[in-house]
Design a protein around this ligand. Structure first.
Ligand code: MRU
Length: 354
């Protein structure tokens, strides 16, 4: 495994036989790592949003499988028992969140390694699974850096970039997808400033994107989600870049709730709308965006925060965590192999075959 440059934000790390993850629920007021020992704990970390963002969820799930295998290999020499328990762990991880395809992609990849090495001694198999999780982790950073290089070419110095949610180092193993493009442009000497939609209701923009940009000294302005149209109309936004949880085979893009609104506004104002994602976020088995499962989260996220409640009791609440932007509104998908312009079935297939 090639050694990579030390990252500034280490969203996930392997320490002392455990997975450690930055607790993203409490950023930016507090910073702490939480440690995970088995698949059940990692699944809970994903479900409760300690770790979030499609690629980071995938990496965490891969470590979850490895941790479970290591734990079981210490407990038993019985292959059948090991297999039964490991299946249980994988199934817990698969149920943790439904929308990000990277979760299922990572679990499949771990399963393939398991199948290929099923004759191995259990302790060796577990070590092999850990090796694979670490590969997925390192690969994600390399992919984001490649994506950053392709995307940075699309940005000119002086550009003001609007982003929605957090598709940064915190949403990946490092560097980020949408924020990775911005980082790479800045590293190439371009002056870029960022508008971060606050991203109701979980505030990934206000809490996480803003924090990441401050760490790097990249100028950032936080806006409420309903300000974007106003700024676009005044000519204050040059380009939109977002991440995604899943791209359907026809190029429809699921991303954080509110992204669709931004894409419609961008089209109305003739502003390019880019999506940055690893190829592992493209799901050829999902034909159209309307087939992507959309997570509905706890209504309490919408009606208040902590002990404060601002909406009347007795109301109904909807809290879908993602929406789907139709392919026709997407200027280009930036991935590790280049850019898919005006994405559609053929363009996507061509890009994945290369
Ligand atoms: O609910 P979250 O915070 O997991 O949602 C994250 C997003 O919507 C991101 O934009 C997406 O996962 C891409 S992350 C590189």
């Amino acid at each position: 495994m090639a050694k990579l440059k030390q990252r500034k934000v280490e969203t996930l790390r392997w320490r002392g036989g455990r997975l450690q993850m930055i607790d993203q629920r409490i950023l930016p007021t507090r910073f702490r790592y939480l440690a995970y020992r088995n698949a059940r704990e990692v699944a809970e970390g994903i479900r409760s949003m300690v770790v979030r963002g499609a690629p980071a969820i995938g990496v965490a799930a891969a470590y979850g499988v490895a941790l479970e295998a290591l734990r079981l290999a210490r407990k038993t020499k019985n292959g059948k028992q090991f297999a039964r328990q490991l299946e249980k762990g994988i199934s817990l991880l698969a149920k943790s969140r439904p929308t990000a395809i990277n979760l299922f992609w990572a679990l499949n990849r771990m399963r393939k390694v398991w199948n290929k090495n099923s004759g191995m001694k259990l302790t060796k198999l577990a070590a092999r699974l850990l090796h694979e999780a670490r590969e997925i982790h390192e690969e994600d950073i390399r992919i984001n850096q490649a994506m950053g290089r392709h995307g940075a070419r699309l940005l000119k110095s002086g550009m003001r970039v609007l982003t929605h949610c957090n598709a940064g180092a915190l949403a990946t193993a490092g560097h980020g997808t949408a924020l990775g493009v911005i980082r790479s442009a800045v590293e190439a000497g371009k002056k870029i400033s960022v508008f971060a939609d606050e991203t109701r209701p979980f505030l990934q923009g206000a809490r996480l994107t803003a924090w990441e940009m401050v760490q790097e000294g990249i100028p950032v302005t936080v806006i409420t989600d309903n300000i974007a149209g106003h700024l676009m109309a005044r000519g204050e936004i040059d380009v939109v870049i977002v991440g995604t949880d899943r791209v359907a085979a026809n190029g429809d893009v699921a991303n954080k709730i509110g992204t669709y609104m931004v894409a419609v506004l961008a089209r109305r104002h003739g502003i390019p709308f880019y999506v940055a994602c690893p190829q592992s976020s493209i799901d050829l088995k999902t034909s159209h965006g309307n087939q992507i499962p959309i997570e509905e989260r706890n209504p309490l996220e919408v009606v208040g925060h902590g002990k404060i409640r601002w909406a009347a009791k007795g109301i109904s609440v909807r809290n879908p965590a993602f929406d789907v932007t139709p392919a026709e509104l997407v200027t280009g998908i930036i991935h590790e192999g280049g850019v898919i312009w005006r994405p559609g079935r053929k363009g996507i297939q061509r890009a994945l075959q290369k």
